[in-house]
Write a protein that binds this ligand. Structure first.
Ligand code: ADP
Ligand code: MG
Length: 206
């Protein structure tokens, strides 16, 4: 039987550089001959697309619980359709956002972060490594405002994102790392790659 793959999750507030780093990391690992599946949440499924449309819409009218349920339904499908099969084939899966996003974003709306985490740990595969890209909210929003053609999201309220960032900053666990994301994309990439390679080496000779 093939060796089970590795699940890496990138997390952090909007604009911290997750998508940029996910691409750079996937390319660097592929250059080293590793098989990588790059994926994201919300997913590209019909449900994932509905979630994106909602966050690009004018109002955030769903209750925190309803939002959480939508994300969890999308995640359940993500795990079943994409993540689990790739891991079973021994691949490295990099997901741009995963369940710590629910912990931070719906936690910042008043739901209990510990409870969100517990619910998600039951429903989803646990990531082998989660890297939270740490960046002050003002800098993250400045990066986003410099991104052409990008629709603003209803979740991008600075005060709200401060609460999201606070929850992210307080997260701890054996498979959780906080990485300073304030440097250039290449410098952050170098740090993320070295952290990842070190992890892969110690992850049971994967
Ligand atoms: P996220 O996926 O976390 O929302 P992105 O990767 O889309 O963040 O990055 C947001 C914007 O900031 C993009 O325009 C991207 O090109 C830019 N960016 C990403 N990383 C950096 C960095 N280290 N320094 C400056 N700008 C960056
Ligand atoms: Mg992104």
């Amino acid at each position: 039987m093939a060796k089970r793959g590795i699940l890496l999750a990138l997390e952090g507030v909007d604009g911290c550089g997750k998508s940029t780093q996910a691409e750079l990391l996937a390319s660097a690992l592929r250059e080293r001959g590793l098989e990588v599946v790059l994926t994201c949440e919300p997913t590209d499924s019909p449900l994932g697309r509905q979630i994106r449309e909602y966050f690009q819409g004018p109002d955030r009218y769903l209750s925190p619980k309803e939002e959480l349920n939508l994300f969890m339904a999308d995640r359940r499908e993500h795990v079943t359709e994409v993540i689990d099969p790739a891991l079973a084939e021994g691949k490295i899966v990099i997901t741009d956002r995963y369940y710590y996003s629910s912990v931070a974003y719906q936690g910042a709306l008043g739901l209990d972060p510990d409870r969100i985490l517990a619910q998600n740990e039951v429903l989803s595969v646990r990531p082998d490594l989660t890297v939270i890209l740490a960046l002050p909210v003002a800098q993250a929003l400045a990066r986003l405002s410099g991104t052409p053609q990008r629709a603003r999201q209803v979740s991008e309220d600075p005060a709200y994102l401060e609460q999201v960032a606070t929850i992210y900053a307080g997260l701890q666990g054996p498979h959780l790392r906080h990485l300073d994301a304030s440097d250039s994309a290449q410098a952050v990439h170098a740090a993320l790659l070295s952290l990842t390679l070190e992890f892969l080496e110690t992850a049971g000779g994967q």
